[in-house]
Ligand binder design. Structure first.
Ligand code: ATP
Length: 250
């Protein structure tokens, strides 16, 4: 059994008396793709916001690599290698793809701070930016302004800027939302590629992609964990079928 890299213990969130998340326990194993699914309003986004420290929990604890991050600031959590992508996309529309990735590489988030480094290491920076752009299949778009990219490519650029922070754990918030069929295929393949050597926790509605990509799926319903396991197990669970798949999703 792989090491637990990220863990929620008895996590709860109340909004003015309404309990959106109720005693959620979640264990994400290192090196896996773990998906959080559930019907609308199940609490997925709230759990995600709690884990990334965008919301303070009412009760419970969050552990990252065994350290309690329940009260850590989002920026500190990112610095520790737990990085959230997509909804806080930091893509500058009028910079080129290459410039965007270079800016992301220069962000003083990690242990390195590149601004003052001599030309030799700036050259290394350029090469790293090119490598990241290749990794997300954007080489042909490297000199185009981000604003000119088609939707799916823009999301690929967001993945590249997230990868620039060299996250140990990548948190993806609905990575396929709003995408057409072709972009979904490309982005799913990209997620699989970038997950190599990392851990991915994602909230996603597209069940066929979740089934295809995920090692573990946690199903939430009304703020509670309803089921957890590999897709084959979870999708056969009568309660899951009733609460989720039977409700016409996916
Ligand atoms: N800031 C808030 N104030 C009050 N209620 C909230 C707040 N954020 C979420 N909720 C409520 O908490 C519940 C869970 O919402 P959440 O967005 O986490 O669900 P979700 O599973 O992500 O849903 P969706 O699939 O629709 O995105 C919902 O009933 C929602 O209305």
């Amino acid at each position: 059994m792989a090491e637990i890299v990220l863990e929620a213990r008895d996590l709860s969130k109340e909004f003015k008396g309404f309990t959106a998340v109720k005693g959620v326990n979640l264990q994400v194993r290192r090196g896996t793709i773990h998906a959080l699914i559930g019907p609308n309003g199940a609490g997925k986004s709230t759990v995600f916001n709690l884990i990334t420290r965008f919301l303070p929990p009412t009760r419970g604890r969050i552990l990252y690599k065994g350290r309690d991050i329940t009260r850590a600031r989002p920026a500190d959590v990112a610095r520790m290698g737990l990085v959230r992508s997509f909804q806080i996309s930091a893509v500058f529309p009028h910079l080129s793809v290459l410039e965007n990735v270079r800016v992301a590489l220069q962000r003083p988030l990690g242990t390195s701070f590149h601004f003052w480094k001599p030309e030799a290491s700036l050259h290394g920076l350029h090469e790293r930016a090119r490598d990241l752009i290749d990794a997300v299949n954007l080489a042909a778009w490297a000199d185009r302004a981000a604003v000119e990219l088609p939707y799916g490519r823009k999301r690929a650029l967001e993945i590249a800027t997230t990868l620039a922070l060299d996250p140990e754990v990548m948190l993806l918030d609905e990575p396929l939302a709003g995408m057409g069929h072709e972009d979904i295929g490309h982005t799913a393949a990209l997620i699989r590629r970038v997950a190599a050597g990392r851990t991915v926790l994602m909230v996603e509605h597209n069940l066929s992609v979740v089934a295809d990509l995920s090692d573990t799926i946690t199903v939430l319903r009304r703020g509670e964990v309803l089921a957890e396991g590999p897709y084959d197990t979870v999708s056969r669970d009568p309660e899951v079928r009733e609460a989720y798949m039977g409700a016409g999703h996916g």
